[in-house]
Design a protein around this ligand. Structure first.
Ligand SMILES: Cc1cc2nc3c(=O)[nH]c(=O)nc-3n(C[C@H](O)[C@H](O)[C@H](O)COP(=O)(O)OP(=O)(O)OC[C@H]3O[C@@H](n4cnc5c(N)ncnc54)[C@H](O)[C@@H]3O)c2cc1C
Length: 383
């Protein structure tokens, strides 16, 4: 392994999709001397454990503008990275089972269409065509976003890593940041045991450990660690065309090209942080899947796994420089952080590399709870 450097233009903590997307965008802008440090193994964080669903439209303008950018960026990644990230715009359907969520989706659709998203409420015949196996008795309304879809995480991560290595970004996995040095109020270096790296800027993309990274620099950030679980069913014939969110049952899934149904559900009572899976959570996921797609009854569960996130108290990302610790930036609070990585990487690279704070990033500032207030987003599948 190449030795750790003594100085860096930007030290990125965390080599998941957020950290690598930021490194890629900074390198593409021409920045040199970028270092990515990750305590875990390659693809070991949530970035290698997610459902891979991507959509542009939400219920708030702030989320929608950020994710419109992300979908636009996803479309460019294969070409810019020189590797096929297999982003497939097969559509994304948000299914409502209750009057309140149906009304929310109607309102969100109007807003999304005003912003230019190809989003619509499906007519009955369209629901049968796109979701032939869905239990129509449970469905009140379906919003469909044509530009949504999926991208396998292994393809995106492989493309990002290959690009970064080719452009001279130093990547160090199984290497843990243990300290952040502060000089005259500014974050100025990181420590890995007794090795010091002088840093022009530090960007924390440490997933559930983001609050710990803030504390290493003597500050706090909003939010808490959260464990979520997902599962894959054995391959079966095509039953589900688009990616799907069940907004009232807090579930999301899609059927891969191999025929596996992959996704997860949110459980309001969250087990403690760990990577252990829980049989009651699996049973609850199976119940939700079966109620909506009874034809999945005979299909066996193939795999079940857990991953950990850092969630903010309004469940929206936290993007930007820490107001009390210049030089220390965050891409944190991500629950839709696989989908959001291309936008976050681009916006943070612009902010760190050129000092430009894009209007799509501003609503997600770390101090929003004291300034503009929390972001109210009703279109996410989170309890
Ligand atoms: C089951 C599941 C399903 C999901 N489904 C979706 C989905 O369909 N769509 C979507 O958009 N999102 C989804 N997500 C969320 C998404 O996976 C995350 O938001 C995203 O991966 C966050 O990326 P990240 O790079 O910030 O975090 P991670 O991938 O978790 O990376 C953080 C990295 O920081 C490293 N780190 C921590 N502490 C230190 C330290 N002290 N020093 C150095 N490195 C450190 C860790 O080793 C880790 O590799 C899902 C997540 C899970 C778990």
């Amino acid at each position: 392994m190449t030795p750790l450097p003594r100085s860096a233009s930007t030290v990125i903590i965390g080599g998941g999709v957020q950290g690598l997307s930021a490194a890629f965008n900074l390198a593409e802008m021409g920045q040199t001397g970028i270092v990515v440090i990750d305590a875990g193994y390659w693809q070991g964080g949530a970035s290698g454990r997610n459902g891979t669903l991507i959509r542009p439209g939400f219920a708030s303008t702030a989320w929608t503008e950020l994710f419109m950018l992300t979908v636009a960026e996803w479309k460019t990644w294969s070409k810019r990275l020189g590797e096929n990230v297999m982003f497939t715009q097969r559509g994304y359907s948000v299914v409502s089972e209750k009057a309140a969520s149906a009304a929310m989706l109607e309102e969100a659709t109007a807003m999304q269409r005003d912003l230019g998203i190809r989003s619509r409420m499906l007519k009955s015949a369209e629901i049968s065509d796109l979701l032939p196996a869905i239990n129509r008795k449970r469905v009140l309304a379906v919003q469909h976003q044509e530009e949504g879809g999926v991208a396998p995480h292994h393809a995106a991560l492989k493309g990002l890593r290959a690009y970064c290595e080719h452009r001279g970004v130093a990547l160090h996995y199984r290497t843990k940041i243990t300290g952040i040095e502060v000089t005259d109020g500014r974050a100025s270096a990181v420590w890995i045991g007794d090795h010091r790296i002088d840093a022009g800027n530090i960007l924390s993309c440490a997933g559930p450990d983001n609050p710990d990274m803030a504390r290493l620099a003597g500050v706090e950030i909003d939010g808490f660690g959260m464990k979520i679980e997902a599962m894959a069913l054995e391959p079966t014939r095509p039953l589900i065309k688009p990616a799907i969110a069940l907004i009232d049952s807090l579930a999301y899934f899609h059927q891969t090209s191999r025929g596996e149904v992959v996704g997860g559900t949110e459980v309001p009572e969250r087990p403690r942080m760990s990577l252990r899976v829980d049989v009651p959570v699996m049973a609850e996921m199976a119940r939700i899947y079966l109620e909506m797609f009874p034809q999945l009854g005979p299909v066996r569960i193939l795999r079940h796994w857990a991953g950990q996130l850092h969630a903010s108290t309004d469940y929206a990302p936290l993007l930007g420089e820490h107001p009390a610790r210049p030089g220390l930036w965050f891409s944190a609070g991500w629950s839709y952080g696989f989908a959001g990585a291309p936008a976050a990487g681009r916006l943070l690279a612009g902010a760190i590399g050129k000092g430009h704070i894009d209007s799509r990033m501003k609503p997600f500032a770390l101090d929003r709870f004291q300034t503009t207030g929390p972001i109210i987003e009703k279109g996410i599948v989170l309890a």
